[in-house]
Design a protein around this ligand. Sequence first.
Ligand SMILES: Nc1ncnc2c1ncn2[C@@H]1O[C@H](COP(=O)(O)OP(=O)(O)O)[C@@H](O)[C@H]1O
Ligand SMILES: [Mg+2]
Length: 313
Amino acid sequence: MTWFSNMMSFLSRAEHTTGSVLSMNQRNLLYIYPHNPREHFDLSDDKIKAKAVLAASGVPVPESYKVYGSFFELRNLEADLSAFPSFVVKPAHGRGGGGILVIDGKDGDAWTTPGGRRHTLDDMRSHLSDIVFGIHSFGLADHAIIEERVIQHPEMQRISPLGLADVRLILFKGKPVLAMSRIPTQRSDGKANLHQGAVGAGIDLNDGRITRAILGGHPVDQHPDTGEQLVGFTVPFWRHVMEVGLRTARAVPLGYIGADIVITPQGPMVLEINVRPGLQIQNANGTGMRAILEGLGGMHTEWDEGRYTEGAD
Ligand SMILES: Nc1ncnc2c1ncn2[C@@H]1O[C@H](COP(=O)(O)OP(=O)(O)O)[C@@H](O)[C@H]1O
Ligand SMILES: [Mg+2]
C-alpha cells in the first residue's frame, strides 16, 4: 500500500466510525490485563480444556472423537480414523490455523480434503506425530484432537462458499459489545482471517443483520469473489448465537473475550475463545468500542437489559 491509499483508508475509516476507537494499548491496559487473569489464559490456548469447560456449562462445541497425547497411542490410527466419515485434526495448542486438517471423506485408501488433496495413512500418521511432537505448539509436546467436522448452515454457505465463516462476538463482563462475521475469500485461501484477506462484516447485535463490511480496511457491500450481497444479510439462529455467547462468557473466569461461533444447520457452536480479540471489529462495524465498554451513552441493546439472558445458574 502507498502512503496515499493508507491515508484514504484511514480517512474512510475515521469518517464511518462513530464513537471513540479503542486502541491496542487501551485494550490491553484497561480490559485484558485487569479482567483476564493470566492463570486462565489456558482457556484460550488449550482447546481440550476450553471444550471441557464450555461443554460442562452447556455450550455447544464440536464433539471430540479422539485425543492423542503420545506416539504410542497412534498405533491403531487406521482403525480409529476409519470409524468417522469426516473429521478435523487439530493441535490442542495451535493458533492461526496451524496444523489443522479438514477431512471430508475417503477415496480408496486415502483421506481427502474439501480442496481435493489426498492423505495416505502414512501422511496422517506423520501429521499427527508432528502435532504430538509440538511442531505447531512452540515446540512443546502437544495433544492432537480428532473432532467432528463442522458443516455450516446453508444460509452461511451461500454468503461464504469459500470456507467456514464464523461470528466473532466480543463480550465484556458477560455483556455483548460488538459482533462481526469473518468471511473467507479466495485471497484468504478459505481462511476466516482478516489479515489474510477475509471479509469482516459488522453485525447489528439486536437482529443479526450485517450492516457494513470491510475488505482490507475498505468498505464493501458484496463478497469479492461471488458478488453475493453481504450487507443486509441476517445471520441464521441469531438469538441462539447471542445465548451461546452469553453462556460462554459466564462459563469462563475471563472478563474480556472474543467468542468464535460457527453456525451449523442445527444451531450455533463455539469453536474457540480468544483472550486477546483483535480491534478490527470496530472498523467492520463502523463503531468504536470505548463508549460501549465504558457503559457511556449509545449502543444500548435489548441484550443489555437481560431480556434474553437465561436465569442465573
Ligand atoms: N471442527 C471443525 N470443522 C470444520 N472446520 C474447522 C473445525 N475446526 C477448525 N476448523 C477450521 O479451522 C479454522 C481455525 O480453527 P480454530 O479452532 O479457530 O483454530 P486456531 O486457534 O488455529 O485459529 C476455523 O476457522 C475453520 O476454518
Ligand atoms: Mg481460530
